[in-house]
Write a protein that binds this ligand. Sequence first.
Ligand code: MN
Length: 321
Amino acid sequence: MPAANTDNIFSLPRIPRPDSVTTRYRSVMEVIDAPTKLEGEGFKVRRPFPSADMQTADPFLLLDHLGAVEYSPGEAKGAPWHPHRGFETVTYIMDGAFQHHDSTGGKGLIADGATQWMTAGAGILHEEMPTEQLIMQGGLFHGVQLWVNLPKKLKWTQPRYQDIASARVLLLASHDAGAVVRLIAGDLAGHKGPGVTWTPISYAHASISPRARLETPWPKDFNSMVYVLAGHGAVGPERRPVREGQLAVFGAGDAVWVEADMRQESRSPSLEVLLLGGSPIREPVVFYGPFVMNTKDEIQQAVDDFRSGRLGLTPAVSIEA
Ligand code: MN
């Protein structure tokens, strides 16, 4: 996959192996099979959260895993103009590309290992579509979108963007160089990723070679989850088996443990995982489609503001007006 990579893993800064005597590895609380949903114009995603209990993922709201899929010509679909308020969307594309436009006139291409971080805050309209080339010719697509909640005091912040090019992602190696870790945001073992976050989180994509093990310190006050993008492996000191499309939720501790099985599939020679966690916000969450607020009244206000154009106008609507 063309996600950020290196041709010399031994040159990368290492994540030191946690001390086996003093470290409390986080054990696995549950493994969830991500259900399949239809999103946007009707493309399939796997959505490991939200689950019934919104507390499990806090400060995260939603994770959508799109692909890996080999589109036929004419098959690629996206999400046409829609609003957001009250949180941040983090779109990480490993293969293929998404074209983005928004109601402030912003636009950009997210492709091949890049991340777009959009703070919707007080509100914005945008569209997220495959490129013309991907629609016409078909091709490989693999990406994820993570929704990060904002605390009450930041829900009305001005919209902002961070475009994190593939080359800016911080590459790290595990202690024995059996895994490469792409740190997108937050801290990992004292290293800092490029993403600037309102809500403290750590977010990384690791490729773990067959039989290798990634052990990494993880902030005590963060929750911790591992989502499997591809491959087979095991998590936690109890070595609970996990495979593509499964989310492991960890309990308390200082460090996370993920290892790859010896046998992997030819289409993905390594175990590919997202490591994610953050500082729980612990506020009421009212989730209504593209709006995430603290009360039902605030949701009603978001719906009214959207209908009356106060979240912004799409270019087409602006022309008609
Ligand atoms: Mn969106």
